[in-house]
Design a protein around this ligand. Structure first.
Ligand SMILES: Cc1cc2nc3c(=O)[nH]c(=O)nc-3n(C[C@H](O)[C@H](O)[C@H](O)COP(=O)(O)OP(=O)(O)OC[C@H]3O[C@@H](n4cnc5c(N)ncnc54)[C@H](O)[C@@H]3O)c2cc1C
Length: 465
Protein backbone atom coordinates (compact mmCIF):
# COMPACT_ATOMS: atom_id res chain seq x y z
CA UNK A 1 0.00 0.00 0.00
CA UNK A 2 1.34 3.46 -0.85
CA UNK A 3 2.01 6.11 1.76
CA UNK A 4 -0.69 8.78 2.00
CA UNK A 5 0.52 12.41 1.92
CA UNK A 6 3.34 11.92 4.44
CA UNK A 7 6.65 10.09 4.58
CA UNK A 8 6.95 6.83 6.48
CA UNK A 9 9.79 6.42 8.99
CA UNK A 10 12.79 4.11 8.74
CA UNK A 11 11.75 0.60 9.78
CA UNK A 12 8.21 0.96 8.41
CA UNK A 13 9.26 0.14 4.86
CA UNK A 14 8.79 -3.32 3.34
CA UNK A 15 11.82 -5.58 3.07
CA UNK A 16 11.52 -5.69 -0.70
CA UNK A 17 10.34 -3.40 -3.55
CA UNK A 18 10.24 -3.60 -7.32
CA UNK A 19 12.33 -0.42 -7.50
CA UNK A 20 14.31 1.68 -5.03
CA UNK A 21 14.74 5.31 -6.16
CA UNK A 22 17.60 7.17 -4.45
CA UNK A 23 16.99 10.93 -4.23
CA UNK A 24 13.68 12.81 -4.18
CA UNK A 25 14.47 15.80 -6.36
CA UNK A 26 12.60 16.35 -9.65
CA UNK A 27 14.17 13.26 -11.26
CA UNK A 28 13.50 10.91 -8.33
CA UNK A 29 9.91 12.04 -7.73
CA UNK A 30 9.09 11.76 -11.44
CA UNK A 31 10.76 8.33 -11.67
CA UNK A 32 8.72 7.09 -8.70
CA UNK A 33 5.52 8.42 -10.28
CA UNK A 34 6.20 7.02 -13.77
CA UNK A 35 7.19 3.58 -12.42
CA UNK A 36 4.25 3.35 -10.02
CA UNK A 37 1.90 4.27 -12.90
CA UNK A 38 3.15 1.06 -14.56
CA UNK A 39 2.34 -1.02 -11.50
CA UNK A 40 5.74 -1.12 -9.73
CA UNK A 41 6.11 -0.90 -5.97
CA UNK A 42 8.60 1.92 -5.29
CA UNK A 43 10.65 3.04 -2.29
CA UNK A 44 11.61 6.71 -2.74
CA UNK A 45 14.46 7.89 -0.50
CA UNK A 46 15.64 11.39 0.40
CA UNK A 47 18.64 12.04 2.64
CA UNK A 48 18.33 15.80 3.05
CA UNK A 49 14.90 17.30 2.39
CA UNK A 50 16.24 20.81 3.10
CA UNK A 51 18.55 20.56 0.07
CA UNK A 52 15.56 21.77 -1.96
CA UNK A 53 15.98 25.23 -0.40
CA UNK A 54 19.08 25.83 -2.50
CA UNK A 55 19.21 27.99 -5.63
CA UNK A 56 18.47 25.57 -8.50
CA UNK A 57 16.06 24.81 -11.33
CA UNK A 58 12.77 26.75 -11.53
CA UNK A 59 11.90 26.98 -15.21
CA UNK A 60 10.13 23.98 -16.75
CA UNK A 61 9.71 23.71 -20.54
CA UNK A 62 6.35 22.52 -22.01
CA UNK A 63 7.77 19.01 -22.56
CA UNK A 64 8.56 18.78 -18.84
CA UNK A 65 5.07 20.05 -17.93
CA UNK A 66 3.63 17.37 -20.24
CA UNK A 67 5.43 14.57 -18.35
CA UNK A 68 4.27 15.99 -15.02
CA UNK A 69 0.68 16.16 -16.20
CA UNK A 70 0.70 12.65 -17.69
CA UNK A 71 1.82 11.24 -14.35
CA UNK A 72 -0.47 13.14 -12.01
CA UNK A 73 2.23 15.52 -10.75
CA UNK A 74 1.14 18.81 -12.33
CA UNK A 75 -2.17 19.42 -10.52
CA UNK A 76 -1.68 22.39 -8.21
CA UNK A 77 1.18 23.86 -10.24
CA UNK A 78 -0.89 25.03 -13.24
CA UNK A 79 -1.53 28.34 -11.52
CA UNK A 80 2.21 29.08 -11.31
CA UNK A 81 3.80 31.66 -13.62
CA UNK A 82 3.24 30.48 -17.18
CA UNK A 83 6.29 30.42 -19.41
CA UNK A 84 5.64 31.11 -23.07
CA UNK A 85 9.20 31.31 -24.36
CA UNK A 86 12.22 33.62 -24.19
CA UNK A 87 13.04 37.18 -25.14
CA UNK A 88 16.70 37.83 -25.90
CA UNK A 89 18.15 41.33 -25.45
CA UNK A 90 21.27 41.40 -27.65
CA UNK A 91 22.39 44.85 -26.47
CA UNK A 92 23.04 45.94 -30.06
CA UNK A 93 20.47 48.71 -30.20
CA UNK A 94 18.31 46.78 -32.69
CA UNK A 95 15.67 45.61 -30.25
CA UNK A 96 14.77 42.49 -28.33
CA UNK A 97 14.03 39.17 -30.06
CA UNK A 98 11.03 37.13 -29.00
CA UNK A 99 11.26 33.32 -29.24
CA UNK A 100 7.96 31.59 -28.55
CA UNK A 101 7.33 27.91 -27.92
CA UNK A 102 5.77 26.50 -31.09
CA UNK A 103 2.02 25.83 -31.13
CA UNK A 104 1.32 28.17 -28.18
CA UNK A 105 2.72 25.53 -25.83
CA UNK A 106 3.46 26.73 -22.30
CA UNK A 107 5.68 25.62 -19.46
CA UNK A 108 5.84 27.23 -16.03
CA UNK A 109 8.25 28.61 -13.45
CA UNK A 110 8.17 28.57 -9.67
CA UNK A 111 10.67 28.65 -6.81
CA UNK A 112 12.75 25.46 -6.63
CA UNK A 113 11.70 24.62 -3.07
CA UNK A 114 8.00 25.02 -3.94
CA UNK A 115 8.39 22.79 -6.98
CA UNK A 116 10.26 20.00 -5.19
CA UNK A 117 8.00 20.14 -2.11
CA UNK A 118 4.99 19.79 -4.40
CA UNK A 119 6.52 16.85 -6.30
CA UNK A 120 7.37 15.04 -3.04
CA UNK A 121 3.82 15.51 -1.73
CA UNK A 122 2.29 14.26 -4.97
CA UNK A 123 4.68 11.33 -5.43
CA UNK A 124 4.38 10.12 -1.83
CA UNK A 125 0.57 10.11 -2.13
CA UNK A 126 0.60 7.84 -5.16
CA UNK A 127 -0.40 4.18 -4.87
CA UNK A 128 2.53 1.77 -4.45
CA UNK A 129 5.02 4.55 -3.50
CA UNK A 130 6.59 4.62 -0.01
CA UNK A 131 8.62 7.73 0.77
CA UNK A 132 11.34 7.91 3.42
CA UNK A 133 12.94 11.24 4.40
CA UNK A 134 16.20 11.82 6.26
CA UNK A 135 17.54 8.46 5.10
CA UNK A 136 20.82 8.11 3.23
CA UNK A 137 20.99 5.28 0.71
CA UNK A 138 24.01 3.35 -0.48
CA UNK A 139 23.90 0.94 -3.42
CA UNK A 140 25.20 -2.50 -2.42
CA UNK A 141 24.47 -4.03 -5.81
CA UNK A 142 21.63 -4.00 -8.34
CA UNK A 143 19.40 -5.95 -5.95
CA UNK A 144 20.19 -4.37 -2.57
CA UNK A 145 20.38 -0.91 -1.04
CA UNK A 146 21.54 -0.05 2.48
CA UNK A 147 19.63 2.67 4.32
CA UNK A 148 21.04 4.63 7.22
CA UNK A 149 19.73 7.45 9.31
CA UNK A 150 21.41 9.38 12.09
CA UNK A 151 21.28 7.36 15.31
CA UNK A 152 19.75 4.32 13.64
CA UNK A 153 21.39 1.13 12.50
CA UNK A 154 21.74 0.42 8.80
CA UNK A 155 18.89 -1.54 7.23
CA UNK A 156 19.02 -3.41 3.96
CA UNK A 157 16.19 -3.35 1.39
CA UNK A 158 15.98 -5.85 -1.45
CA UNK A 159 14.81 -4.79 -4.86
CA UNK A 160 14.50 -5.83 -8.48
CA UNK A 161 16.02 -2.56 -9.66
CA UNK A 162 17.85 0.54 -8.43
CA UNK A 163 17.44 4.06 -9.83
CA UNK A 164 20.01 6.65 -8.79
CA UNK A 165 18.42 10.13 -8.83
CA UNK A 166 20.82 11.65 -6.31
CA UNK A 167 21.76 14.72 -8.37
CA UNK A 168 25.29 15.95 -8.84
CA UNK A 169 26.29 14.48 -5.47
CA UNK A 170 25.43 11.00 -6.75
CA UNK A 171 29.10 10.02 -6.59
CA UNK A 172 28.71 9.16 -2.87
CA UNK A 173 25.85 6.75 -3.55
CA UNK A 174 28.00 3.89 -4.79
CA UNK A 175 31.62 2.90 -4.91
CA UNK A 176 31.38 2.43 -8.68
CA UNK A 177 34.13 3.93 -10.88
CA UNK A 178 31.32 4.94 -13.27
CA UNK A 179 30.31 7.59 -10.74
CA UNK A 180 33.71 9.29 -10.87
CA UNK A 181 33.28 10.90 -14.29
CA UNK A 182 34.95 14.26 -14.76
CA UNK A 183 32.86 17.32 -14.11
CA UNK A 184 34.05 20.71 -15.42
CA UNK A 185 33.19 23.94 -13.62
CA UNK A 186 31.96 26.43 -16.22
CA UNK A 187 30.94 29.44 -14.19
CA UNK A 188 29.23 30.61 -11.02
CA UNK A 189 25.61 31.69 -10.87
CA UNK A 190 24.47 34.51 -8.59
CA UNK A 191 20.79 34.14 -7.73
CA UNK A 192 18.82 37.20 -6.72
CA UNK A 193 15.12 37.68 -6.00
CA UNK A 194 13.71 41.07 -7.00
CA UNK A 195 10.34 42.34 -5.79
CA UNK A 196 8.19 45.24 -6.95
CA UNK A 197 9.65 45.39 -10.47
CA UNK A 198 8.30 44.55 -13.90
CA UNK A 199 9.81 42.55 -16.72
CA UNK A 200 9.25 44.03 -20.20
CA UNK A 201 7.54 40.85 -21.51
CA UNK A 202 5.15 39.15 -19.14
CA UNK A 203 5.33 35.35 -19.24
CA UNK A 204 8.76 35.16 -20.90
CA UNK A 205 12.26 34.31 -19.72
CA UNK A 206 14.46 37.35 -20.40
CA UNK A 207 18.06 36.85 -21.48
CA UNK A 208 20.23 39.96 -21.16
CA UNK A 209 23.52 39.78 -23.03
CA UNK A 210 26.39 42.27 -22.74
CA UNK A 211 27.66 41.76 -19.18
CA UNK A 212 30.56 39.45 -18.29
CA UNK A 213 28.08 36.56 -18.62
CA UNK A 214 24.42 36.35 -19.67
CA UNK A 215 21.61 37.12 -17.20
CA UNK A 216 18.38 35.08 -17.20
CA UNK A 217 15.35 36.69 -15.52
CA UNK A 218 11.84 35.31 -15.10
CA UNK A 219 8.85 35.66 -12.80
CA UNK A 220 8.46 32.99 -10.11
CA UNK A 221 5.17 34.37 -8.72
CA UNK A 222 3.01 37.52 -8.82
CA UNK A 223 5.44 39.42 -6.59
CA UNK A 224 8.88 38.05 -7.33
CA UNK A 225 11.31 37.93 -10.23
CA UNK A 226 14.33 35.62 -10.23
CA UNK A 227 17.61 36.83 -11.68
CA UNK A 228 20.24 34.23 -12.57
CA UNK A 229 23.48 36.16 -13.15
CA UNK A 230 26.24 34.16 -14.81
CA UNK A 231 29.76 34.96 -13.61
CA UNK A 232 32.29 33.20 -15.88
CA UNK A 233 34.87 30.97 -14.18
CA UNK A 234 37.69 33.19 -15.40
CA UNK A 235 36.41 35.91 -13.05
CA UNK A 236 37.01 34.37 -9.68
CA UNK A 237 34.49 34.43 -6.83
CA UNK A 238 36.49 37.19 -5.16
CA UNK A 239 35.22 39.67 -7.77
CA UNK A 240 31.69 38.36 -7.37
CA UNK A 241 30.83 40.85 -4.60
CA UNK A 242 27.61 42.85 -4.48
CA UNK A 243 29.26 46.00 -5.86
CA UNK A 244 31.07 44.08 -8.56
CA UNK A 245 27.77 42.51 -9.67
CA UNK A 246 26.12 45.93 -9.78
CA UNK A 247 28.93 47.62 -11.72
CA UNK A 248 29.29 44.75 -14.17
CA UNK A 249 25.65 43.95 -14.97
CA UNK A 250 23.37 46.90 -14.07
CA UNK A 251 23.83 48.60 -17.41
CA UNK A 252 22.71 45.60 -19.45
CA UNK A 253 19.41 45.43 -17.54
CA UNK A 254 16.35 47.41 -18.67
CA UNK A 255 15.45 50.46 -16.55
CA UNK A 256 12.27 48.76 -15.26
CA UNK A 257 14.47 46.27 -13.37
CA UNK A 258 17.40 48.34 -12.24
CA UNK A 259 16.05 49.94 -9.04
CA UNK A 260 14.60 46.58 -7.93
CA UNK A 261 17.98 44.93 -8.48
CA UNK A 262 19.77 47.70 -6.55
CA UNK A 263 17.31 47.24 -3.63
CA UNK A 264 17.74 43.47 -3.70
CA UNK A 265 21.54 43.79 -3.68
CA UNK A 266 21.32 46.18 -0.72
CA UNK A 267 18.83 44.22 1.35
CA UNK A 268 18.97 40.53 0.42
CA UNK A 269 21.81 38.07 0.18
CA UNK A 270 22.94 36.58 -3.11
CA UNK A 271 22.58 32.79 -3.48
CA UNK A 272 25.52 31.21 -5.25
CA UNK A 273 25.64 28.01 -7.27
CA UNK A 274 28.28 26.44 -9.47
CA UNK A 275 27.45 25.78 -13.12
CA UNK A 276 29.12 22.62 -14.32
CA UNK A 277 29.27 20.29 -17.29
CA UNK A 278 29.38 16.49 -17.19
CA UNK A 279 28.41 14.58 -20.36
CA UNK A 280 25.40 12.33 -19.86
CA UNK A 281 25.73 8.64 -19.17
CA UNK A 282 22.65 6.63 -18.17
CA UNK A 283 23.86 3.47 -16.57
CA UNK A 284 26.12 2.60 -13.71
CA UNK A 285 27.80 -0.79 -13.74
CA UNK A 286 25.58 -1.47 -16.16
CA UNK A 287 22.62 -2.68 -14.05
CA UNK A 288 21.75 0.49 -12.18
CA UNK A 289 19.88 3.33 -13.90
CA UNK A 290 20.94 6.96 -13.61
CA UNK A 291 18.38 9.75 -14.07
CA UNK A 292 18.49 13.56 -13.91
CA UNK A 293 21.68 15.28 -12.77
CA UNK A 294 23.09 11.92 -11.68
CA UNK A 295 23.24 11.09 -15.40
CA UNK A 296 24.85 14.39 -16.43
CA UNK A 297 24.84 18.13 -15.98
CA UNK A 298 24.95 21.14 -18.27
CA UNK A 299 24.84 24.92 -18.01
CA UNK A 300 21.41 26.16 -16.84
CA UNK A 301 21.13 29.04 -19.33
CA UNK A 302 18.87 26.87 -21.50
CA UNK A 303 16.92 25.83 -18.34
CA UNK A 304 16.84 22.20 -19.43
CA UNK A 305 17.95 20.24 -16.33
CA UNK A 306 14.49 19.61 -14.90
CA UNK A 307 12.90 18.89 -18.27
CA UNK A 308 15.72 16.44 -19.05
CA UNK A 309 15.19 14.79 -15.64
CA UNK A 310 11.46 14.37 -16.31
CA UNK A 311 12.08 12.95 -19.78
CA UNK A 312 14.63 10.52 -18.28
CA UNK A 313 12.00 9.32 -15.81
CA UNK A 314 9.38 8.85 -18.52
CA UNK A 315 11.77 6.94 -20.79
CA UNK A 316 12.95 4.71 -17.93
CA UNK A 317 9.42 3.61 -17.14
CA UNK A 318 8.62 3.04 -20.83
CA UNK A 319 11.75 0.96 -21.58
CA UNK A 320 11.81 -2.83 -21.50
CA UNK A 321 15.44 -2.97 -20.33
CA UNK A 322 18.17 -0.73 -18.96
CA UNK A 323 20.04 -1.16 -22.24
CA UNK A 324 17.07 0.22 -24.16
CA UNK A 325 16.73 3.09 -21.68
CA UNK A 326 20.43 3.97 -21.86
CA UNK A 327 20.57 3.96 -25.65
CA UNK A 328 17.33 5.88 -26.06
CA UNK A 329 18.23 8.67 -23.65
CA UNK A 330 21.85 8.88 -24.78
CA UNK A 331 20.57 9.57 -28.29
CA UNK A 332 17.77 11.94 -27.22
CA UNK A 333 19.87 14.00 -24.81
CA UNK A 334 22.78 14.58 -27.17
CA UNK A 335 21.32 17.54 -29.09
CA UNK A 336 20.03 19.35 -25.96
CA UNK A 337 23.53 18.91 -24.52
CA UNK A 338 25.21 20.32 -27.65
CA UNK A 339 22.71 23.17 -27.85
CA UNK A 340 23.17 24.14 -24.24
CA UNK A 341 26.97 24.27 -24.58
CA UNK A 342 26.84 26.10 -27.92
CA UNK A 343 24.32 28.72 -26.74
CA UNK A 344 26.17 29.40 -23.51
CA UNK A 345 29.44 29.89 -25.36
CA UNK A 346 27.82 32.05 -28.01
CA UNK A 347 26.45 34.36 -25.29
CA UNK A 348 29.48 34.36 -22.99
CA UNK A 349 32.62 34.42 -25.15
CA UNK A 350 34.07 37.64 -26.51
CA UNK A 351 36.55 36.63 -29.21
CA UNK A 352 35.82 37.95 -32.70
CA UNK A 353 34.68 34.51 -33.97
CA UNK A 354 32.12 34.20 -31.18
CA UNK A 355 30.96 37.78 -31.76
CA UNK A 356 30.42 36.89 -35.45
CA UNK A 357 28.42 33.78 -34.43
CA UNK A 358 26.38 35.81 -31.96
CA UNK A 359 25.56 38.48 -34.57
CA UNK A 360 24.65 35.78 -37.03
CA UNK A 361 22.32 34.07 -34.51
CA UNK A 362 20.59 37.39 -33.85
CA UNK A 363 20.13 38.24 -37.50
CA UNK A 364 18.87 34.76 -38.38
CA UNK A 365 16.34 34.93 -35.52
CA UNK A 366 15.30 38.43 -36.58
CA UNK A 367 14.85 37.56 -40.23
CA UNK A 368 13.42 34.05 -40.11
CA UNK A 369 10.33 32.77 -38.28
CA UNK A 370 11.38 29.24 -39.30
CA UNK A 371 14.74 29.66 -37.58
CA UNK A 372 13.06 30.95 -34.40
CA UNK A 373 10.63 28.03 -34.52
CA UNK A 374 13.50 25.54 -35.02
CA UNK A 375 15.48 27.02 -32.13
CA UNK A 376 12.54 26.80 -29.74
CA UNK A 377 11.71 23.25 -30.79
CA UNK A 378 15.27 22.25 -29.93
CA UNK A 379 15.51 24.40 -26.82
CA UNK A 380 12.33 23.02 -25.30
CA UNK A 381 13.43 19.43 -26.14
CA UNK A 382 10.32 19.02 -28.33
CA UNK A 383 12.77 18.05 -31.07
CA UNK A 384 16.04 16.19 -30.55
CA UNK A 385 16.68 15.90 -34.27
CA UNK A 386 20.32 16.03 -35.29
CA UNK A 387 19.43 17.30 -38.76
CA UNK A 388 17.40 20.16 -37.30
CA UNK A 389 20.37 21.15 -35.12
CA UNK A 390 22.77 20.73 -38.06
CA UNK A 391 20.56 22.91 -40.30
CA UNK A 392 20.12 25.61 -37.69
CA UNK A 393 23.79 25.74 -36.80
CA UNK A 394 25.26 25.49 -40.26
CA UNK A 395 23.08 28.41 -41.43
CA UNK A 396 24.38 30.47 -38.53
CA UNK A 397 27.99 29.45 -39.25
CA UNK A 398 27.66 30.18 -43.00
CA UNK A 399 26.17 33.60 -42.37
CA UNK A 400 28.93 34.36 -39.84
CA UNK A 401 31.57 33.09 -42.30
CA UNK A 402 30.21 35.28 -45.10
CA UNK A 403 30.42 38.43 -43.02
CA UNK A 404 33.85 37.45 -41.64
CA UNK A 405 35.17 37.25 -45.22
CA UNK A 406 34.65 41.02 -45.34
CA UNK A 407 36.54 41.56 -42.09
CA UNK A 408 39.72 40.26 -40.50
CA UNK A 409 41.35 36.91 -41.28
CA UNK A 410 41.71 36.29 -37.55
CA UNK A 411 37.91 36.20 -37.26
CA UNK A 412 37.78 33.47 -39.87
CA UNK A 413 40.37 31.45 -37.91
CA UNK A 414 38.37 31.77 -34.69
CA UNK A 415 35.18 30.88 -36.53
CA UNK A 416 36.70 27.57 -37.58
CA UNK A 417 36.48 26.46 -33.92
CA UNK A 418 32.69 26.84 -34.10
CA UNK A 419 32.44 24.23 -36.84
CA UNK A 420 32.78 21.56 -34.17
CA UNK A 421 29.09 22.00 -33.30
CA UNK A 422 27.53 20.96 -36.64
CA UNK A 423 30.28 18.33 -36.98
CA UNK A 424 29.55 16.91 -33.51
CA UNK A 425 25.82 16.69 -34.34
CA UNK A 426 26.65 14.35 -37.23
CA UNK A 427 28.87 12.02 -35.24
CA UNK A 428 27.47 8.48 -35.30
CA UNK A 429 28.11 7.35 -31.70
CA UNK A 430 26.92 10.00 -29.29
CA UNK A 431 26.70 7.54 -26.39
CA UNK A 432 30.49 7.49 -26.21
CA UNK A 433 31.58 9.77 -23.41
CA UNK A 434 34.74 10.72 -25.28
CA UNK A 435 32.69 11.85 -28.24
CA UNK A 436 30.17 13.66 -26.08
CA UNK A 437 32.89 15.63 -24.37
CA UNK A 438 33.74 17.03 -27.81
CA UNK A 439 30.71 19.21 -27.33
CA UNK A 440 32.68 21.22 -24.82
CA UNK A 441 35.67 23.57 -25.00
CA UNK A 442 37.28 23.93 -21.56
CA UNK A 443 36.32 27.33 -20.14
CA UNK A 444 39.59 27.59 -18.21
CA UNK A 445 41.25 28.33 -21.52
CA UNK A 446 38.91 31.23 -22.30
CA UNK A 447 40.78 33.71 -20.12
CA UNK A 448 44.13 32.80 -21.69
CA UNK A 449 42.69 33.22 -25.16
CA UNK A 450 40.89 36.47 -24.38
CA UNK A 451 37.38 34.96 -24.53
CA UNK A 452 36.13 36.95 -21.53
CA UNK A 453 33.72 39.87 -21.70
CA UNK A 454 33.93 43.06 -19.63
CA UNK A 455 30.93 45.29 -18.86
CA UNK A 456 29.26 47.06 -21.78
CA UNK A 457 26.55 49.73 -21.93
CA UNK A 458 22.94 48.67 -22.40
CA UNK A 459 21.24 49.93 -25.57
CA UNK A 460 17.67 50.54 -24.40
CA UNK A 461 15.19 49.20 -26.93
CA UNK A 462 12.58 46.82 -25.59
CA UNK A 463 10.52 46.40 -28.75
CA UNK A 464 10.53 42.74 -29.68
CA UNK A 465 11.18 41.88 -33.30
C1 LIG B 1 21.78 27.86 -10.44
C2 LIG B 1 21.00 26.82 -11.16
C3 LIG B 1 19.88 27.18 -11.88
C4 LIG B 1 19.17 26.20 -12.57
N1 LIG B 1 18.06 26.58 -13.28
C5 LIG B 1 17.36 25.64 -13.95
C6 LIG B 1 16.13 25.98 -14.58
O1 LIG B 1 15.66 27.12 -14.54
N2 LIG B 1 15.45 24.99 -15.23
C7 LIG B 1 15.93 23.70 -15.24
O2 LIG B 1 15.29 22.84 -15.87
N3 LIG B 1 17.04 23.34 -14.60
C8 LIG B 1 17.77 24.27 -13.94
N4 LIG B 1 18.85 23.90 -13.21
C9 LIG B 1 19.21 22.46 -13.13
C10 LIG B 1 18.25 21.73 -12.18
O3 LIG B 1 18.28 22.32 -10.90
C11 LIG B 1 18.68 20.27 -12.06
O4 LIG B 1 18.85 19.74 -13.35
C12 LIG B 1 17.64 19.45 -11.31
O5 LIG B 1 17.47 19.93 -10.00
C13 LIG B 1 18.08 17.99 -11.28
O6 LIG B 1 17.18 17.24 -10.53
P1 LIG B 1 17.64 15.87 -9.85
O7 LIG B 1 16.44 15.33 -9.20
O8 LIG B 1 18.38 15.06 -10.82
O9 LIG B 1 18.74 16.28 -8.77
P2 LIG B 1 18.61 17.17 -7.38
O10 LIG B 1 17.64 18.23 -7.64
O11 LIG B 1 19.99 17.50 -7.06
O12 LIG B 1 18.00 16.13 -6.37
C14 LIG B 1 18.77 15.05 -5.87
C15 LIG B 1 18.26 14.66 -4.49
O13 LIG B 1 18.92 13.46 -4.06
C16 LIG B 1 19.19 13.56 -2.67
N5 LIG B 1 20.28 12.60 -2.35
C17 LIG B 1 21.60 12.73 -2.70
N6 LIG B 1 22.29 11.65 -2.25
C18 LIG B 1 21.40 10.85 -1.61
C19 LIG B 1 21.50 9.59 -0.94
N7 LIG B 1 22.67 8.95 -0.84
N8 LIG B 1 20.38 9.03 -0.40
C20 LIG B 1 19.17 9.69 -0.50
N9 LIG B 1 19.02 10.88 -1.12
C21 LIG B 1 20.11 11.44 -1.69
C22 LIG B 1 19.57 15.03 -2.50
O14 LIG B 1 19.44 15.45 -1.14
C23 LIG B 1 18.58 15.73 -3.44
O15 LIG B 1 17.39 16.10 -2.79
C24 LIG B 1 19.59 24.84 -12.52
C25 LIG B 1 20.72 24.49 -11.80
C26 LIG B 1 21.43 25.46 -11.13
C27 LIG B 1 22.64 25.06 -10.34
Amino acid sequence: MGAVQTAITLGEQRSSYDVVVIGAGPAGCASAACLSARGATVLLLESNPKAARRFAGEWVHPEGARVLEANGLLAGLESKSKSLGFVVFPNDGLGAIRLEYPGHAAGFACEHETLVGHLRDRASALPRVDYLEGVRAHVVDRHAVDLSSRGQATERVNTRGVVVAAGRSARGVAASPAMRGAQISISSMAGLIVTGSELPFDGYGHVFVGGPGPVLAYRIDERRIRLCIDVPAAMSRSVGSTEWIWKSYAEVLPRSLRSGVRDALDTASISWATNAFRPRSYRMDPDVALVGDAAGVFHPLTAMGITMSLLDAEALAESQSLGEYGNRRAAQSYIPELLSNAIYQAFARTDAGSQAIRDSIYSSWRSSAAQRHRTMNLLGAASTSRSEFFNAFSRVALRAGASALMSERRTLGELAGWLKWPWASLHPQPAEIRTRSLSWAAPQSWARRGFVRYPQHFEENTHAN
